[in-house]
Design a protein around this ligand. Structure first.
Ligand code: NCD
Length: 320
């Protein structure tokens, strides 16, 4: 495989294989020198046209732990601000001899467009409302850590589903790993045609919470709303927010996930993120390991398939 553009482009076997090899990469982080030589000599560039804290950092840390060189094209201070097109920017990056481009863009499909212009591998780090495949991988990995397996588990995804590339990628990955998914949102925050999605839909959070194995909260993505879709944020929080009262009814064993950034006081009450069952920090930590696995799969094994055979090479530490 050369690119990772959508979670749907991974077969279920590839998805499971990536999750199976991720712990080998997580182990690297616990070493005194958290670095292996796997991608030495290769260069990974991040090209983010939308704001990001954890995803961009996570890819950068992942690439560095595999000994790749990294470049960050900061759109705010690049020629993009002078009106340079995605194509010209991409070709400039390519001319520098880059091996992989990690791209985030407000337009759905932008990463596919890049693959037509570049020889480099392209990894989608979020395109508009559409896809965010590495988020889905890290969410599956975190849920497996918490629940053992997703098979037969019931996961509620709550909040602004309509604008969420995370929800679109997660629904595909969770259901392919055997989970059932209920989307919980007001009608205005649901995408059209949810009947074609492999999910159940509910507008009643309290009743869904009585019967879940995990809760996945989403932020209100105001930057993607062209109109006001919730008349009043306080009313939204009352009906769909994970308040302290709802969290206590949930009990202490059900994991609570969120891709970040959290809006405390909106989709999650201010002190709920501090509960032990909130695994947001694990998601961030696992994100690095999963992205190492993805970079290694795309760049580290000569594109000959998944790196199971090459994994022993990982054991070698980079000399200090
Ligand atoms: C998400 C995104 O950008 O799609 N965040 C992330 O990647 N961690 C979700 C969001 O912005 O709410």
């Amino acid at each position: 495989m050369k690119h990772l553009l959508s979670i749907d482009e991974l077969t279920t076997d590839e998805l499971q294989e990536l999750l199976r090899i991720t712990p080998s990469f997580a182990e690297v982080a616990s070493r005194r020198i958290a670095k292996v030589p796997a991608l030495r000599g290769l260069t990974v560039a991040t090209l983010f046209y939308e704001d990001s804290t954890r995803t961009r950092l996570s890819f950068e840390v992942a690439a560095k732990r595999l000994s790749a060189d990294t470049l960050n094209v900061s759109v705010a201070s690049s020629s993009v601000n002078k009106g340079e097109s995605l194509r010209d920017t991409a070709e400039t990056i390519e001319a520098m001899g880059i091996d992989a481009v990690v791209v985030r863009h407000a337009s759905s499909g932008a990463p596919w467009q890049l693959t037509k212009w570049l020889d480099a591998s392209v990894i989608n780090a979020g395109d508009g409302w559409h896809q965010h495949p590495t988020q889905a991988l890290l969410d599956c990995f975190t849920l497996q850590q918490e629940l053992g397996s997703l098979e037969g588990r019931h996961i509620a995804i709550v909040g602004d589903i309509k604008h969420s590339r995370v929800a679109r990628s997660d629904v595909s990955a969770f259901t392919r790993l055997g989970a059932t998914v209920t989307l919980v949102a007001p009608p205005t925050l649901l995408p059209p045609a949810t009947e074609t999605w492999p999910v159940t839909v509910s507008h009643d959070l309290d009743s869904v919470l009585t019967d879940v194995d995990a809760v996945y909260l989403l932020r209100m993505q105001k930057e993607r709303m062209r109109e006001s879709l919730v008349p009043d944020l306080r009313e939204y929080t009352a009906l769909y927010g994970l308040t302290a009262a709802r969290a206590s009814k949930l009990g202490t064993k059900i994991p609570i996930l969120h891709p970040g950034p959290m809006n405390r006081g909106v989709e999650i009450a201010a002190d709920v993120p501090d509960l032990d069952q909130v695994v947001v920090v694990d998601q961030v930590r696992n994100g690095v390991a999963v992205r190492m696995a993805v970079l290694f799969m795309l760049l580290g094994s000569g594109n000959s398939g998944l790196p199971t055979d090459s994994l022993p090479a990982m054991a070698e530490e980079v000399p200090a």
